[in-house]
Structures are given as structure tokens and as C-alpha cells.
Ligand binder design. Structure first.
Ligand code: ATP
Ligand code: MG
Length: 299
């Protein structure tokens, strides 16, 4: 049985693409830490929630071993390691709890520019270089393609030029790296982003309550990410048209007002409120428009 603990431990990337946004998310959840000198472990000050700063590849294993309770890691890494565990017959020990909305990228199959892409069947008998052998092998199996997987830990995109592979399967965000290597993306194996990963098994000690609080706060932060409180005044007969212009907002709430002048209205809008949209609302009869940033909510 796992050791009982009364503090929660979250692993995040020490440095790299996910390091800063992961810290920012946890800070927005009200967590703060006393930095230790070696900076591998940060002791939680505001709450009994500590940070472990590690390489992203280590995060799923740390959760599986019970060294940490949660981690912020790319879905690509989590799924790959889950696939590898399944391949070697280990039970699933971690799972995705929340998609976090940053670190977006896609795991894609890319072939030389010169190929006339007809579909996955073209990969039959080819060699494909990747750092994601488990995800690729599963995809090839689903497509009933017999190809050989060449596992490389980095610089996958140069494999075709070096002659060690015919095609590659790698993470793509802008596609610039592929283009610079005369490759083109042709199939998407996985849509990835940073996720909060945690144990498959439930906590049976103090950590259960801390985990529930953390998840609730993360949900609060994620929900408000692009949300703004919109306030304005409008005459009663304009309200229907104004609501129509706010399809991404909660139903309009009427604030108590005296007399029979314009109504005071407010709503939480979940999409971007551009100047153009404000001007449109104004033309439709909204007066005194105000857009307010929302910091926290338990709604
Ligand atoms: P570490 O030293 O922690 O092992 P790393 O080099 O493996 O770092 P990064 O390059 O920082 O990791 O990428 C971390 C994660 O960021 C990836 O696993 C992926 O989920 C995400 N990501 C987003 N865009 C890209 C991209 N264009 N290339 C690679 N990863 C990306
Ligand atoms: Mg890594």
C-alpha cells in the first residue's frame, strides 16, 4: 500500500515549454512556495502542496511510483508512457484529470515533400522514425499497416535526410521545423496539450481533500480564462437583440434599478470582447458598456 501522506506533491517541468505556464496556473490557484536552494523541491507555503521540478519524461513514472500525486505534462508524453506500460503488461497507474489549455501541439506523421501522399497505406514496409513508438505502433496496428518503427530520442526530423528512416512521426506546432527539413505533415495521430495527470487510484488519506480543492480551483481558473464581466444599461425593448449579439455569454442578469429608465444589465461573457463587438453592442442600444476582468469565482 502507498505511504500515507498529509501533503500533496505536484511535479512540473523544471525548464522547457510547460514550465512557466504550469507555475502560472498553480499560482492562480492560490499556491505559493518557498524555493529551496537546489530548486528541485519547493515547499508549499500557503497550502500543504509541494512542487517537484523535473524533466517532463519523468512525470508519469513519478506518479506511477507514488513519488508525486499530480503532474503537469503533455498528453503526448502521458499517452506514450501509458501505451508502453500496456505493451509490457503493467497495470495503468496514472490518468488525465484535466486538459489545461496550453502547450498545444499535434503528433503527426510527416513524409518527404516529394511524396505524392495517397493515404496511410503508402507507409506499408517503410521505416518511420519517432520518439513516440507506442503511440505510433498502436496507430499502425489500427490502420493495419506493417511498417518498422525506428525509435529516436531527438532530432527525429533529420532521419529521412540521413537515410535512417523514410518518414517521421513527431510533434508539430507551427510546422516550420518540418518545412525546414523538406517534410510535410500528412496525418494527425494525436491532438495534444498540457494536462493535469494524477493517479488511477483514489487517495485514502489527507490528500483526498487537498486534491478535490486543487481540482476545483483549477476548474475555476480554466473556466474564467477568457471570461469577462460585461456591464451596461439598455432599454427593455433592446434586450432581445443584445442577447442575440452575446451567444457566448451567460443569460443577461438584470440588476435592481429604480424608475422606468434603462435597465442595468450584466453577464459573464466567455469569448473575446473586441472593440468591434463593443461598438456593435452600442449600436444595438447598450449604453455605458464596461468590461471587467474576473479574478476568481466559485460559481
Ligand atoms: P525536458 O527537459 O523536460 O525533457 P523536453 O525537451 O522533453 O524537456 P519541451 O520541448 O519543453 O520538452 O516540450 C514539452 C512539451 O511541450 C511536449 O511534450 C509537448 O507536449 C509540448 N509542445 C508544444 N509544442 C511543442 C513543439 N512544437 N515541439 C515539442 N513539444 C511541444
Ligand atoms: Mg522531455
Amino acid at each position: 500500500a502507498p505511504a500515507t501522506r498529509d501533503r500533496l506533491r505536484i511535479a512540473i517541468q523544471k525548464s522547457g515549454r510547460l514550465a512557466e505556464p504550469a507555475r502560472a496556473l498553480l499560482t492562480a490557484c492560490g499556491l505559493s512556495w518557498r524555493e529551496s536552494r537546489d530548486k528541485l523541491f519547493c515547499y508549499g507555503e500557503s497550502l500543504p502542496i509541494d512542487l517537484l521540478l523535473v524533466r517532463d519524461d519523468d512525470i508519469p513514472g513519478l506518479i506511477a511510483d507514488g513519488v508525486c500525486d499530480f503532474g503537469v505534462v503533455g498528453r503526448n508524453e502521458l499517452d506514450e508512457q501509458a501505451g508502453e506500460r500496456a505493451r509490457i503488461g503493467l497495470p495503468q497507474a496514472f490518468r488525465e484529470f484535466r486538459a489545461l489549455g496550453f502547450g498545444q501541439c499535434r503528433l503527426m506523421l510527416a513524409v518527404p515533400d516529394s511524396w505524392d501522399w495517397q493515404g496511410p497505406q503508402q507507409l506499408q514496409g517503410q521505416r518511420i522514425a519517432t520518439s513516440y513508438p507506442a503511440i505510433l505502433a498502436q496507430w499502425l496496428q489500427d490502420q493495419a499497416i506493417d511498417a518498422s518503427v525506428v525509435e529516436l530520442s531527438g532530432s527525429v526530423e533529420i532521419a529521412p535526410r540521413l537515410g535512417t528512416a523514410d518518414a517521421i512521426c513527431d510533434l508539430v506546432s507551427s510546422g516550420a521545423t518540418l518545412a525546414a527539413n523538406q517534410l510535410k505533415p500528412v496525418e494527425t495521430l494525436l491532438d495534444s496539450e498540457a494536462v493535469l495527470a494524477g493517479p488511477s487510484r483514489e487517495f485514502e488519506d489527507e490528500r483526498a481533500g487537498l486534491a478535490a480543492m486543487l481540482l476545483r480551483r483549477i476548474d475555476g481558473v480554466l473556466k474564467l480564462k477568457d471570461s469577462k464581466l460585461l456591464m451596461f444599461r439598455a432599454h427593455r425593448d433592446m434586450v432581445a437583440e443584445l442577447s442575440r449579439l452575446l451567444p457566448d455569454a451567460d443569460p443577461l442578469v438584470q440588476l435592481p434599478a429604480s424608475g422606468d429608465g434603462p435597465l442595468s444589465l450584466q453577464t459573464m461573457c466567455h469569448g473575446a470582447i473586441t472593440w468591434q463587438r463593443l461598438e456593435e453592442l452600442e449600436r444595438a442600444g447598450a449604453q455605458g458598456l464596461m468590461v471587467l476582468k474576473v479574478e476568481r469565482s466559485l460559481a
